[in-house]
Ligand binder design. Sequence first.
Ligand code: PLP
Length: 361
Amino acid sequence: MSRIFNFNAGPAALPLEVLEEVQAELLDFNNTGMSILEISHRSPAFEKVLEETKQDIKDLLNLPDDYGIFFMGGGGSLQFSCVPCNFLKEGMTAAYADTGSFSDKAFEEAEKVGRAVKVFSSKDRGYDRVPRPEEVKLPENCAYLHITGNNTIEGTEYFAYPETGDVPLIADMSSEILSRPFPVEKFSLIYSGAQKNIGPAGVVLIIAKKDYVAGRDKKLPVMMNYETILNKDSLYNTPPVFAIYIVGKVAKWLKKQGGLAAMEAVNRKKAALLYALLDKYPEFYKGRAEKASRSIMNVTFNLPSKELEAKFVEEGKQRGLGGLKGHRSVGGIRASIYNAMPLAGCEALAQFMEEFYQKNK
Ligand code: PLP
């Protein structure tokens, strides 16, 4: 078996131990004589998986009891529509901080549902930063403020969140959830597509204040109604069983690593190794993000020419460093270094960056 260091942005690397466990029990899950792919979502075996997964995530986040956890399908993108459909009432305005192409997409979906405004945008600067908390001013009758916690394509991340007072704060944390501790009680609802830090594509983890999702409009399409999915414990219909099972395994793996504070320490160390090269050779490795907004999940930069960028990606691949090409919309280089990327992967990439600079400067 030969596995590369996988720097893909998503679907992204999963911990090897998790994949090995899944492989070992794929044909017979927990002595059921069936694969997890074959068992009923209403069977005791899956109920246990679901319960433990929720509990482990609660433990990791130190989640207060007034929050619920549930899973939905449809990927992160369906949430762009679910949020305004659930919470943007007539006469109110939804506020969006526009910090990257996914926040822009979320904003566009809100505009289809009701009145939405951008209260911050770094679009004209190539999305090089997120706002400082005091920069965000909310409109009258504000339904909620939506932020994108980590901007996967652009490589920027919030480390301090806007103060919204009584206005609910909603976050898309698809690309940083469970990578570090954060003040969860500031948020009314958080959604995260799983395929970066916590599992396979398709499933979305939702963490929500129970009383915030209560009392939804009964005319909402049922599969978009947060209250229904929470009250039915993610079992209104057949949930993505296999994906939830893997999220559960990742949550257990995170606990074994020491939890979110331990993950943050190693994630910061990994990011620092790469940003050190950007700071050492700023004319060669041109960082896309302002320093204060630098993501510890996606490190983005350009080289002096497109040819050098292509060479970097190709030579990286030959050394077992895969998936370094930037998103097709922005080009350049992107190293995605989520939880499952070991420190050794970033050490190998940092060494490659040093050598590549010396040969091509
Ligand atoms: N939000 C963020 C921050 C993302 O990075 C992505 C995907 O990469 C999405 C939303 C969209 O998720 P999906 O492709 O699961 O719809």
